[in-house]
Design a protein around this ligand. Structure first.
Ligand code: SF4
Ligand code: SF4
Length: 180
């Protein structure tokens, strides 16, 4: 689905009031005061309306378009859906995907013998997902990747494999998005 284009018109020369920034400052203060009063009366009346998420115990449900780190889709047999064509590796702007193809006797002929993603270099752009003709690599909803050692950022195929039902929401989204 194409994005919505918003046309922004800016005058080349600002008026004297705009150059003082005073109207904008007052608008900003009015917004702050409105929120303050709303929260204040909420607390006074025992109905707080402050928007606070107690992360990590509480989590928001992100939009369908949300992109976490890429993962590999597993078949029912547990093997990767990937056919080691290398398109995602080629599309990746940060060169963080490494694939070594291997042969198989199955119908697809090629499977990845090695599929590594260096997630410390990944920028969650989703180009690998867009390039994949097999829907074998998709963006997950996982973003928590902190680790003490840099080497822990290197994720191997066994770390990346996810059963298809786990990534169904993303698969449905990309099918809608790319009219597949
Ligand atoms: S999301 Fe972008 S940076 Fe990360 S592996 Fe895919 S193509 Fe590379
Ligand atoms: S583009 Fe898809 S099928 Fe090709 S190597 Fe990447 S994940 Fe595998």
């Amino acid at each position: 689905m194409p994005g919505k284009v918003v046309r922004v018109r800016r005058r080349e020369r600002l008026g004297w009031a705009e150059r003082l920034y005073l109207p904008t400052i007052f608008v900003g203060l009015a917004v702050t005061c409105r929120h303050f009063m709303r929260n204040f009366w909420g607390y006074m009346l025992g109905k707080p309306r402050t928007f606070v998420v107690q992360y990590p115990e509480e989590r928001l449900d992100y939009a369908d378009a949300f992109r976490g780190h890429p993962v590999l889709v597993a078949l029912d047999s547990g093997k990767p859906k990937c056919v080691a064509c290398g398109l995602c590796e080629f599309a990746c702007p940060t060169d963080c995907i490494t694939i070594l193809p291997g042969e198989t006797d199955e119908k697809i002929e090629r499977v990845p013998a090695v599929f590594d993603i260096e997630l410390t270099r990944c920028m969650f752009c989703g180009l690998c997902e867009e390039a994949c003709p097999e829907e074998a690599i998709v963006m997950s909803r996982d973003v928590e990747l902190a680790s003490y050692e840099r080497i822990d950022g290197l994720h191997h195929m066994s770390d990346l494999l996810r059963p298809e039902p786990e990534v169904k929401r993303r698969l449905d989204f990309i099918r809608r998005e790319y009219n597949r």
